[in-house]
Structures are given as structure tokens and as C-alpha cells.
Design a protein around this ligand. Structure first.
Ligand code: HEC
Ligand code: HEC
Length: 289
């Protein structure tokens, strides 16, 4: 800039730049802006001093406060685990659900822990909320194959159903068709009987013949009235809740080929505390007896 040039209409000095005859005025920056600018410069220098900032060849400038978000997270996780392991140990000492129910803190802890263990291990078969699927029972209703008391649920989780554990819950319905134990007509008749006791329309003459078959072949497990037997894991056939579907073809298929759903045993895969937490969680899903 050779010499100062004052813009006549405004009385302001120009920068000397000119575009097509339009000149730029050299107004000073607004005072507030300059103040904010210098505050941020001072702030950033103070920040470098106290907090981690510049990267270096061997690590980074740690700052005088020696702050580390990573260390904070590690500590929080360690604290949480310590708190959990105390609660987990307490779960080991309980003998009945009422004991846990009398301790709302422990109950809440068991349900929370159980929920996450359930998501990792059980949801693939039983659904995220335990709502079940064809062949995999709903754990959130009050219909139980093997019983819904805390102890029953614990036994099921420990040893499984038709699992490879020596203490597994075990009861197998025959494949009545495949094995030839019943003829095609007898199976059709007993299907009509099952339709009748589950409150649906059926061929009355066939159902009457089927009732006789049922009494001989089926009542030992499902009960004379078809209401099932939890000691044997035999489902109630009258309640309209079906593990394998309640249409004629589903029932026919069940009787012809048998089913024999397998629930794995969890002893050895999960810890005792984890299985207790799971039992409390499943028990809390709505159908606990
Ligand atoms: C591989 C699939 C599978 C997985 C994984 C599984 N289950 Fe099961 N579960 C089943 C089947 C199948 C049955 C029903 C067996 C039968 O026909 O009696 C069952 C039955 C049950 C029952 C008994 C229900 C009743 O009505 O009596 C409970 C309780 C249960 N499961 C809990 C669990 C829990 C808790 C887990 C996770 C630790 C789990 N299951 C993981 C397949 C599975
Ligand atoms: C040895 C005991 C036993 C006998 C006998 C037996 N069942 Fe079953 N039944 C079971 C068990 C256990 C199940 C559970 C399902 C499984 O195998 O996974 C079942 C399941 C069923 C189901 C499916 C229920 C559902 O919710 O989907 C039907 C239907 C059924 N049985 C009908 C019969 C009929 C009809 C007979 C006689 C011809 C019979 N059962 C004899 C034990 C028995």
C-alpha cells in the first residue's frame, strides 16, 4: 500500500484493493469479535497446559491434569463389576424366590442381569422377550410344559429337556404313525377327539372313536381330560395354546411323527449365579407360578 486513501462518502480508509472500480473499506473488526478471538487463543493455550492435546512421536502431551477418558471408563467398568459380583454372590445364597422377592434391590438386580444373559443365550430360540415361536415355548405366559415355579424353571435351565445332560427332563411322545402303533384311521379319529376337547368343530362319530384311542394311548401322559401333566412335560391340549400349531394338519403331524423338542442344558456353560438370575428373570416375565 503506497499511500492512504480515504473513501469520500464514508470517510473510512480503503484497503487499496479495487474490483471494477469498487473499493474495499478498511473498517476495524468489531470489538466483541476481537475480544472473543483473544479469549479463545488464551483458552486454547490454557487447555494445552492442563489437558491432553498434541500428538507426539512417542505418545501425546498428557497435560498437567493427567486426564484420560479411557482410564475413566475402565474404572467405571471395574466399579460396576465389583458391585455386580457382590450381588451375584448374594444370588448364590438364596434358596427361594420369596427370599429374592423380599429384597427389591436384589430382585431388580437379578432381573436386569437375567435379561441380558437371556438376550445372549436364550433369545435365539425363545424370542427377545421370551414370547416363543413354533416349537419353542412362550415363557412370558402362564402356560407351562414343565412347571412355572422358580424351582421348576431352575431345573429346566440346569438340565435342559431331552438334552445330553444325564439329569435332563425326559419324556418322549411316540411317533404313532411312523412306528405303526396307530393306523391312519385311528390317528384321524384321535385328531377329531383333540379338536373336540380343544373346543372346536369336529366329526362327532370319529371323535367318539378317537376318545377311546385317547384313553388307551394318550391319557397316561396328557391326562384323561387332556389337560396335560407338568411332571411329564405333557402339554394341556384343551387350552388353545399350541407349541406346534393347533390346526388339524399340525395335530396330525405331531401324532404321526412325534416332536421331541430339545432344550439344551446350561450347567457347565453358565455359572450357578447366572442360572439363578435367569430363573428369576423368566419367572418375572409374567407367568411365574
Ligand atoms: C436351541 C433352542 C433353545 C435354547 C437356546 C433355549 N431353549 Fe429353552 N426350550 C427350548 C425348547 C424346544 C423347549 C421345549 C421343550 C419341550 O418340548 O418340552 C424349551 C423349554 C424351556 C423352558 C420350559 C418351558 C415350560 O413351559 O415348561 C424354559 C423355562 C426354558 N426353555 C428356558 C430357557 C432359557 C432360560 C434359556 C437360555 C439359557 C433357553 N431356554 C434356551 C429350546 C431352547
Ligand atoms: C409318553 C407321554 C405321551 C404320550 C403317551 C402322548 N403324548 Fe402327546 N405329548 C407328549 C409330550 C412330552 C409332548 C410335548 C411336545 C414335544 O414332544 O416336544 C406332547 C405333545 C403333544 C401334542 C402337541 C401339543 C402342542 O401344544 O402343540 C399333541 C397334539 C399331542 N401330544 C397329542 C397326543 C395324542 C393324541 C396322544 C395319543 C395318541 C399323545 N399325545 C400321547 C407326551 C405324550
Amino acid at each position: 500500500m503506497a499511500h492512504k486513501e480515504i473513501d469520500a462518502p464514508t470517510g473510512v480508509e480503503t484497503t487499496g484493493h479495487s474490483w471494477d472500480g469498487i473499493k474495499e473499506l478498511n473498517n476495524p473488526l468489531p470489538r466483541w469479535w476481537v475480544i472473543v478471538f483473544w479469549i479463545s487463543v488464551i483458552w486454547s493455550i490454557a487447555y494445552w497446559v492442563f489437558m491432553p492435546s498434541w500428538p507426539g512421536l512417542t505418545g501425546y502431551l498428557k497435560g498437567t491434569r493427567n486426564h484420560s477418558e479411557r482410564a475413566n471408563v475402565e474404572k467405571a467398568v471395574a466399579d460396576l463389576q465389583a458391585a455386580r459380583s457382590d450381588q451375584m454372590k448374594r444370588l448364590l445364597s438364596v434358596s427361594s424366590v420369596s427370599e429374592i422377592e423380599n429384597d427389591p434391590d436384589l430382585q431388580l438386580f437379578a432381573i436386569t442381569a437375567g435379561k441380558s444373559i437371556f438376550g445372549d443365550n436364550c433369545a435365539t430360540c425363545h424370542g427377545a422377550g421370551g414370547q416363543g415361536n413354533v416349537g419353542f415355548p412362550n415363557l412370558a405366559d402362564d402356560d407351562w410344559l414343565w412347571g412355572g415355579a422358580l424351582g421348576d424353571i431352575q431345573t429346566t435351565i440346569h438340565y435342559g429337556i431331552r438334552s445330553d445332560h444325564p439329569q435332563t427332563r425326559l419324556n418322549q411322545m411316540l411317533a404313532y404313525g411312523e412306528s405303526g402303533a396307530l393306523s391312519g384311521e385311528q390317528i384321524s379319529d384321535v385328531v377329531e377327539h383333540v379338536m373336540t376337547i380343544s373346543g372346536r368343530e369336529a366329526n362327532a362319530a370319529a371323535a367318539a372313536r378317537g376318545a377311546a384311542v385317547f384313553e388307551v394311548q394318550c391319557a397316561s401322559c396328557h391326562g384323561a381330560d387332556g389337560k396335560g401333566n407338568k411332571a411329564l412335560g405333557a402339554p394341556n391340549l384343551t387350552d388353545g395354546i399350541w407349541l406346534y400349531g393347533g390346526e388339524r394338519t399340525d395335530i396330525q403331524q405331531t401324532i404321526y411323527s412325534g416332536r421331541g423338542g430339545v432344550m439344551p442344558a446350561w450347567t457347565g456353560r453358565l455359572s450357578e449365579e447366572q442360572m439363578t438370575a435367569l430363573a428369576v428373570y423368566v419367572h418375572s416375565l409374567g407367568g411365574g407360578e
